[in-house]
Design a protein around this ligand. Structure first.
Ligand SMILES: *Cc1c(COP(=O)(O)O)cnc(C)c1O
Length: 444
């Protein structure tokens, strides 16, 4: 089903030179309003294709569009009449116009929860919201980015979907590959949480545990792309990365639409590679440029776990470069020691008047429990990071409690039960009698 064009002609170019500006499939590629790839460093343009680095300067490539010009009110109406998924924003994404009719998981349009009880607990006097992306088909935000990568993989004629993953991405790729008719083969560090390993395997694709860190997995995948073995393989976050990354813009679009087409004052975003954060910023700018929201200042706050906080460390030291670290944290979904978009995260936090902060594993667990007991949302460890960082920044007077703030929860707590299991359990285990219940001290 995926191989609409001969896969081998496309992938040979991919496999031999990841920075290649030419791809046999590019002339016939229909990815909607996407017209080219452009270098984020030097601005050089490259035809749409499965490439991720600029041939001129090796800078990272991103998707360039000819976005619909004209009446913002008409565009707003079109979006509002669209499906309850990321496909309502199809005109702003690198996907064909009929994308919603193709077999896929239809992710997105998750809840934006007005978190009044959490606000009271944190001393927030303005509006506080949690964007709860645990409601996606595989229970993490990764379904958004993978859905876009699948469309690129179809367009370029790939037959196998792959990725290097800290866990959630592997599950999202496995699940998306199934209905779309791709073979999948995904790579993870061998020591991930059981929930993530099982979810990555259950959809029937190949799952390979690598003895090493995520950064080792990523290096291995780069080698695989350069080898004949990798012919016909679309790696969502490597050779399809420019397309994949665009999926994160939908978080920005949804937050603004759900707020009544309004940009929040402050957004707290988790950082692994930093891709999501940079594309939320890109999405906000696009909404402003299209006249869909009022042009007003917003501040972006980046959140990391202390045990893997290379971006936070660089921010605090006033550096522009991010020094790689070896991760040691329970927050495995954010455990990328050498984040590709780290310098861009620093730039956005500084430019918007935001900040980069980190929290300890203990504060992560506290954050998970705080969100659960105030709002009934069970977040994975990455959600504990954003809630924990929001609390820390409010306590420090860095986040303004009087403004409208959105905290993003990117995944489901059922995937990281180990984080809270040691400190969470039954209040008592008793015989089935009223006396025993009274004795347990719970009869009030
Ligand atoms: C992948 C992931 C992120 C963000 O990753 P980036 O690489 O920074 O885009 C955030 N939270 C969870 C749960 C994830 O799986």
């Amino acid at each position: 089903m995926a191989a609409q064009t001969a896969p081998n002609t496309v992938s040979t170019a991919t496999a031999t030179d990841a920075t290649s500006a030419t791809s046999p499939a590019t002339s016939s590629v229909d990815l909607g309003s996407a017209v080219a790839l452009s270098c984020r460093e030097c601005g050089e343009r490259t035809p749409l294709g499965p490439v991720f680095a600029c041939a001129a300067c090796f800078g990272p490539l991103e998707v360039a569009y000819e976005l619909p010009a004209g009446d913002p009110e008409a565009l707003r109406k079109t979006i509002e009449a669209g499906p309850d998924s990321i496909w309502r924003y199809a005109p702003l994404l690198p996907v064909p116009a009929d994308v919603a009719d193709k077999p896929n998981l239809n992710p997105g349009f998750t809840r934006l929860v007005k978190a009044d009880r959490l606000a009271a607990e944190l001393g927030v006097t303005g509006e506080l919201y949690v964007k709860d992306d645990s409601g996606n088909p595989t229970h993490s935000f990764k379904d958004r980015v993978v859905a876009i990568a699948v469309e690129a993989a179809r367009a370029f004629g790939f037959t196998t979907l792959s990725c290097s993953s800290t866990g959630n991405l592997a599950g999202a790729v496995g699940a998306a590959a199934a209905p779309a008719g791709f073979r999948s083969c995904v790579f993870i560090p061998h020591d991930l949480e059981q929930g993530k390993v099982v979810m990555a395997a259950v959809y029937g694709g190949e799952l390979v545990g690598i003895e090493g860190t995520y950064d080792d997995v990523n290096r291995f995948c780069s080698e695989l792309i350069g080898d004949p073995i990798g012919e016909g393989w679309g790696f969502t976050n490597v050779n399809l990365r420019p397309y994949y990354a665009e999926g994160s813009k939908t978080l920005a679009y949804e937050i603004c639409e759900q707020l009544g087409w309004r940009i929040p004052d402050q957004i707290v975003i988790p950082v692994a590679s930093g891709s999501q954060l940079t594309k939320i910023d890109k999405g906000l700018k696009e909404l402003i440029d299209l006249g869909l929201v009022e042009d007003r200042p917003y501040r972006i706050f980046a959140a990391q776990a202390e045990g893997c906080s290379p971006v936070s460390a660089a921010y605090k030291a006033g550096h522009d470069v991010v020094r790689p670290v070896k991760p040691d944290t329970i927050v495995k979904s954010l455990a990328i020691g050498n984040p590709a978009d780290g310098p861009y995260v620093l730039d956005i936090a500084r430019r918007t008047g935001g900040a980069v902060e980190d929290v300890t594993d203990e504060q992560v667990v506290d954050g998970i429990k705080l969100l659960a007991r105030t709002e009934g949302i069970f977040a994975e460890t990455a959600g504990g990071v954003t809630v924990g960082v929001a609390k820390k920044l409010l306590d420090a007077g860095v986040l303004d409690p009087a403004l409208t703030t959105v905290v993003i929860n990117t995944g489901d707590g059922l995937k990281t039960l180990d984080a809270v299991a040691p400190t969470t359990g039954p209040s008592a285990v008793i015989r089935p009698s009223l006396d025993a219940f009274r004795e347990a001290g719970l009869a009030h």
